[in-house]
Design a protein around this ligand. Structure first.
Ligand code: 5GP
Ligand code: ZN
Length: 112
């Protein structure tokens, strides 16, 4: 996907504040943080959204989710954190490469 901003970030063509990378995922700081800690966890392969997933992505999505507590704790979030996945226009998704937001620390608004 040549026009995908997150694919360009993963490739290093657009700079980002990377905090973690392995063979399957890339994790970096959100450019417009909504709380003291705001990370984006993205798969290295391009997938549009939750609606693009099939059974073949089960291990990848499992890997992303299982990494979340470790990523949050590495940012000092030792007392909990919030995760958000926006899906599609009505779900508020602005970047069409699936991503999990990790939010926490000062400035985290009450959600419900
Ligand atoms: P969405 O609304 O799609 O769930 O979230 C997209 C997120 O990507 C937003 O929070 C936005 O601030 C972030 N974002 C958009 N462009 C860039 C960028 O070029 N670099 C970084 N680090 N974050 C970005
Ligand atoms: Zn992409």
């Amino acid at each position: 996907m040549t026009d995908c901003i997150f694919c360009k970030i993963i490739a290093g063509d657009i700079p980002s504040a990377k905090v973690y990378e392995d063979d399957q995922i890339f994790v970096f700081k959100d450019i417009n943080p909504k709380a003291a800690v705001h990370l984006l966890v993205v798969p290295k392969i391009h997938l549009d959204s939750l609606e693009s997933l099939t059974g073949e992505h089960q291990a990848l999505i499992g890997h992303m989710i299982l990494k979340l507590p470790e990523l949050a704790k590495a940012q000092g979030l030792n007392n909990g954190f919030r995760t958000i996945i926006n899906t599609g226009p009505d779900g508020g998704q602005e970047v069409g490469h699936i991503h999990i937001h990790i939010l926490g620390g000062k400035g985290l608004a009450k959600f419900n």
